[in-house]
Write a protein that binds this ligand. Sequence first.
Ligand code: PRX
Length: 635
Amino acid sequence: MSNYHIKHLEEYFQVYRKSVNHPEAFWEEIAEENFIWRKKWDAVLEWDFSKPEVKWFKGAKLNITENCIDRHLLTRGNKTAILFEPNDPNEPAEYITYKQLSIRVNKFANVLKSKGIQKGDRVCIYLPMIPELSIALLACARIGAIHSVVFAGFSATALATRINDADCKMVITSDGSFRGNKTIDLKGIVDEGLEKCKTVESVLVVKRIHTDIQMKSGRDYWIAPLLEKASATCEIEIMDAEDPLFILYTSGSTGQPKGMLHTTAGYMVYTAYTFKNVFNYKEDDVYWCSADIGWITGHSYIVYGPLANGATSVMFEGVPSYPDFGRFWQVIEKHKVNQFYTAPTAIRALAKEKLAFVEKHDLSSLKVLGSVGEPINEEAWHWYNDNIGKKKSPIVDTFFQTENGGIMLTPIPYVTPTKPTYATLPFIGIQPVLMDENGQELKGNKVEGRLCFQFPWPSIARTIWGNHQRYKETYFTAFKGKYFTGDGALRDEVGYYRITGRVDDVIIVSGHNLGTAPIEDAINEHPAVAESAIVGFPHDIKGNALYGYVILKEVGESRNHDNLRKEINQIITEHIGPIAKLDKIQFTDGLPKTRSGKIMRRILRKIATNESKNLGDISTLLNPEVVQSIIDHKL
Ligand code: PRX
């Protein structure tokens, strides 16, 4: 990308106006000047939100890895592309240059081909935060295979659901992973998951924790010997701008997780352009995003966005609490990190610890701090600003979603005056609108409503894998002609946006998007459970925690309730993963329902958050009498 950065607010407004008044001309110029194309586009944009259909750079040909790797070889061959910091601080960091990355990606791509992977095939990647994870993504992209990364904290069942939904042909995993002082048996989880999968022909296994694992003959292969033999050159597959790049699953308020499909050119252009501007990235900076590549933040802002800019991107395998609560700050000092991007839940957890963990470390290299994934509360914002940024590094509170591909609302550092808890202004090219419940746009400032986007941006997900109708219903029907985020937001007196939270049944716990339906389905699997309902309630560190109301099949169920609680959480861990465990489980005789039988979560949410005094009119419920009993037994 060009070296130019926006310098002041008036310039931001000028560029912004140009981007929304002439979006095609604007994005065409960005695309033309900053990337390598094998063929230019026939049209910059074609779109129709009623279908919905969006095509950016139609007819263009390219390969994203040529843009993320090959083109840097001449000028940045010896520059570190991926800086790997292992879980154990005593293990040396690994500095993978662009030249080395090129060799490793090419070899990996050749191994994929040798196992029969072709353009359009789906490859599931279930790996910890080790270099092979980034390399596997890029290797898929090089040969046009569609990667589907599943966060390596998900359970065997959750993994199998995702593998089956996309009909993956291959799984890439490791013998296990390190997490603080624990290890996790990833290969065992894959083996268990694959018992339910028919389409997977081969499993490539990276050696990381060196434990004895089962290798199924004819299906499982250690990757190291294959890589050793593989050629270090692999021609790029020439991709169409709208060819799929990856699928990434996210939770919905109902049903199975949604496989959001991202395509090639628009995603590349938008993640690269946002990365440069949102983090004020300059050539020799060291940038660190502490997210996991299993989430969209990692895809866009550890791998594709930074590498498209020829940046040095830190990949951290560990956790913020190991070997102690100073680990993040120690890594920043060690690698002289300039931009640090993390989640509010991590900030809140670390803010609870002694300040000595921070003060021990020299954080003077920092220039920009980022926050993403959930609303950042005022206290956490100030702690981050005062103690980590020392009031000199602007905080970019970035709002976006898996579906968006890249950052949508954010301050531009050193340009947009920040305001705690506000994601401030739309990024260039982004057109947010707030809508009221009747579908009317709320114009002007000092309004609060539902956050929508009224114009496509280059990295919008194009569909839900295998279910375009669901894509249309979920995002494009609530407000005609607009993309609906599912979030509420307010616009203050100067036009700054603040996200007020989800308005649907998705709950953000520690920055993880959790839909209530799959968790309730898991709980209902317990033989003693008749019915359940999950709501969120505020939690000091996690932002939200989960509160479950559970009806048992037998009234007065004699079994020890605490054991039952453990069993329920165990089932959730097996079906989804430990991230979805409930903090509180209240056993109840009934759940408040409408006359049509729908559970009134609004009421349950109010009870769980101690707001039972203003439940509103409950007389229209099918069973208003259960409400008082639920209040009386609240945990
Ligand atoms: O509710 C919003 C919240 O996270 C949701 C998207 O989650 P996911 O697809 O997992 O992507 C998270 C990482 C980009 C949104 O609908 N969210 C994300 N960023 C913010 C946020 N809420 C408030 N402030 C943010 N900066």
